[in-house]
Design a protein around this ligand. Structure first.
Ligand code: SAH
Length: 263
């Protein structure tokens, strides 16, 4: 008789954009069941209150540009803990498969013969627009939405912003740009090759958190607004006519004394 080979599990769990109340029930159950949690740095640590006492919690943050846990190490750790029989939860900000290398982690798990599970989370772009009360697919203004990264992997030429802008104009698409703060000047310059400078734009920092701030501007003033208001990461940049209402509300409000165009 052969001893059954016991293998643990790995679940990629979306911790949402920051507000711990935006966790799904499924995420809460997965966190509660975990014996090992590998936690990204954009994850609000408050969600760890759902973890069982005695669970091993490993912070593996990797903020762009800072020294952080190498991706290969994180992947190896997930695999080795699962093979030891642990119930591993990989907690990632927002949705686990929107940017943030979730796809690469799935591939590493598959390669190791582990059938990983996924628990979706609310991605930052959705939270940003929800908090601004703007529908990014309002049918009067847009036919769809593009989630696009402003930060390509090393050696990748990155997004062709001019081509994307032309497509966005023709196909009426809202652009939601992740990881775009550092490259904002170049993104603006590229997008201006296909979209008018008057196209409404917004920058939303810390969406869903009490520290959330945002500014509404135009594509032509995106980078200047970002600098003037000192908006920083984590932020999403949004470009598109769906923001028209917000822009109009802001111009009304700026006529009022004491109004600040940043909230
Ligand atoms: N998987 C995540 C995205 C990871 S990439 C998700 O689905 O949301 C990291 C980028 O997400 C940041 O650079 C920023 O552009 C965006 N981001 C994450 N949390 C954010 C927040 N609370 N507010 C605004 N942008 C956020």
């Amino acid at each position: 008789m052969t001893t059954p080979h016991t293998t643990g599990t790995v679940t990629l769990v979306g911790a949402g954009p920051g507000d711990p109340d935006l966790l799904t029930l499924k995420a809460v159950k997965a966190i509660a069941a975990a014996t090992v949690l590998l936690v990204d740095d954009l994850v609000n640590e408050e969600v760890l209150q759902h973890a069982q006492r005695g669970a091993r919690i490993v912070f593996v943050g990797k903020r762009g540009g800072c020294s952080s846990t190498p991706q290969a190490f994180i992947e190896k750790l997930m695999v080795s803990e699962a093979l030891k029989g642990e119930t591993v939860v990989r907690l990632k900000g927002g949705d686990p498969l929107i940017f943030g290398r979730g796809g690469e982690e799935m591939e590493a798990l598959e390669a190791a013969g582990i059938d990983a599970q996924v628990v979706n989370g609310v991605t930052a772009g959705l939270a940003a627009m929800g908090n601004l009360k703007v529908s990014m697919t309002h049918r009067d203004h847009a036919h769809g939405v593009v989630f696009v990264t402003g930060h390509a992997k090393p050696g990748d030429a990155g997004t062709d912003w001019a081509a994307l802008a032309r497509t966005a104009l023709q196909a009426r698409l809202t652009l939601v740009i992740y990881m775009g703060i550092r490259g904002a000047a170049a993104i603006q310059e590229g997008l201006l090759q296909g979209l008018p400078a008057s196209t409404p734009a917004a920058i939303v920092e810390n969406a869903s958190l009490p520290t959330q701030r945002h500014a509404v501007c135009t594509l032509g003033s995106l980078h200047a607004t970002l600098q003037n208001e000192q908006l920083a990461s984590p932020s999403v940049l949004v470009v598109g006519d769906v923001l028209q209402g917000l822009q109009a509300a802001q111009s009304d409000a700026t006529a009022q004394p004491g109004f600040r165009d940043i909230a």
